[in-house]
Write a protein that binds this ligand. Sequence first.
Ligand SMILES: *Cc1c(COP(=O)(O)O)cnc(C)c1O
Length: 355
Amino acid sequence: FFGNEKKYLNDCIDSTFVSSVGTYVDRFEKEFATRVGSKYAIATVNGTAALHTALLLAGVAHHDEVLTQSVSFVATPNAITYCGAQPIFLDSDKSTLGLSPTALESFLIDNCHIKKDGYTYNLKTGRKISACVPVHIFGHPARIDQINKICNRFNITLVEDAAEALGSYYNGKHAGRFGKLGILSFNGNKIITTGGGGMILTDDDSLAKQAKHITTTAKKEHGWEYFHDQTGYNYRMPNINAALGCAQMENIHKILINKRNLASSYNVFFKSLNIPFVEEPEYCVSNYWLNAIITSNKKERDGLLTYSNKHKVMMRPLWTLLHRLPMYNSCQTDSLKNARWLEQRIVNIPSSVTQ
Ligand SMILES: *Cc1c(COP(=O)(O)O)cnc(C)c1O
């Protein structure tokens, strides 16, 4: 924190508007939308709630299936599960770590068919594939243009999990702006933080209205009446969190420059040792949220993790692949060849913004 955080928090307390009413939420949403170039931005209590809401608005229904990647944080399949849908875990690109367009296309061609109603169905389960959620891992943009094209061909709604990708661009366009809806997170470990928080991005007028509506208990606007027209959610971001967000946004350029400077030092260092450092993909600007190197094999990875953690430098492996977690181990997958390769080798190295 190096800006107006304390000032804005004091202002919330002095005004008593710390909770579901107050001007910081509107301000944070407007400034955020402008920053990323989205028509609308809707603030939520956290990124998981944002993804849950985005999937509901994408039309993901009970018993549907949603395509995503095995390399991600558990929040991605959790949000799919909250909709009553099943995740299908596909492979990642070795270079971007994000969903592999080749894996996506092969899965759809080999395992699915388009029915007369125009939607894509899984041949094995007979279930509708209603959405696809690629993830921009560690802030590195996935091959989102190609993924988008494939989704369009199969009439599958693209929802981007850009939780880690604030300040990342693919071909000059901000991550999270390629799908019908995209989401970001402001958890304490992300590029900016609101304590807890998330954002839904969309350019669609109607979806933006619905997003606001169902994240605020589906209450009809009225001076005094309490009327709710559907089962909504209490997913609105409190004013006190948005106040933090407004202060953080004032310094986001500094945070992003700091991140890129650190990554570029790492890049030079690891090049000199001939150790692969995960770099921003072609045509992309990455925020380098979480820096990573690729060790030669699992043995080398474990040696490094043991050594560094013993010496109080926290390094960590990739998340356990999602299809291996107990609640997801019966979900359909493809070969996950690259995902397994990456799981054995990736090590995340210290990535904090320093002053
Ligand atoms: C952080 C994160 C989320 C969830 O965000 P929260 O704000 O922690 O709920 C979702 N997906 C990915 C890939 C994340 O890294």
